[in-house]
Design a binder for this molecule. Structure first.
Ligand code: MN3
Length: 202
């Protein structure tokens, strides 16, 4: 079964306090759209074309670079859209809030670590909050469209929050000011969705 673009649960302009509508539309229809098409083309007719994206990620070392780049792009963006919301912002509550405070010292310390991970990723890539192999929360980053679920990842784990730091994610409004984008993104992060991912990962 070929992969498809997931439905967005909000309009392109709904996240405008952090991300403008034109960026959202191009990012979703053109960038994510191309990752889906190119991933499907790369696995068509192979033993992988009926496998879930999670299985493909976990075996990415056995697959060609086109699947690493485009399958990774599909996985990463599907996660990204799902942790954004016009009602986002604020702080994580419940078990996730408690464990963030325990692990990082405070909620703002977590945001600082994520922002630094994103700002210092050279070129294109992602900043992640993961549940690592030891069952602990951790912050890491990956280059290009890699992610922590890939068998080739330096730091492995289950991502519960991912922030896209490719220029295509922010350049129309923020130009070269990636740190400004990383400051604004917190206003649209859906901590309820992140908490659901955390509960599922545990
Ligand atoms: Mn992107």
């Amino acid at each position: 079964m070929a992969f498809q673009l997931p439905e967005l649960t909000y309009d392109y302009g709904a996240l405008d306090k952090s991300i403008d509508a034109q960026t959202m539309e191009i990012h979703y229809t053109k960038h994510h759209g191309a990752y889906v098409t190119n991933c499907n083309n790369a696995i068509a007719g192979t033993e992988w074309d009926d496998k879930p994206i999670e299985v493909i990620m976990a075996n990415i070392s056995k697959l060609p670079p086109a699947v690493r780049n485009n399958g990774g792009g599909h996985f990463n963006h599907a996660l990204f859209w799902s942790v954004l919301s016009p009602q986002g912002g604020g702080e994580a509550a419940g078990a996730l809030g408690d464990d963030i405070a325990k692990t990082f010292g405070s909620f703002s310390a977590l945001k600082d670590q994520m922002s630094t991970a994103g700002a210092t990723r050279f070129g294109s890539g992602w900043a992640w909050l993961i549940l690592d192999a030891h069952g602990k929360l951790a912050v890491c980053s990956t280059p290009n469209q890699d992610n922590p679920t890939m068998d080739i990842a330096e730091v492995k784990g289950t991502p519960i929050l991912g922030i896209d730091v490719w220029e295509h994610a922010y350049y129309l409004r923020y130009q070269n000011r990636r740190p400004d984008y990383l400051k604004a993104i917190w206003d649209v992060i859906d901590w309820h969705a992140v908490a659901e991912r955390y509960a599922a990962a545990k």
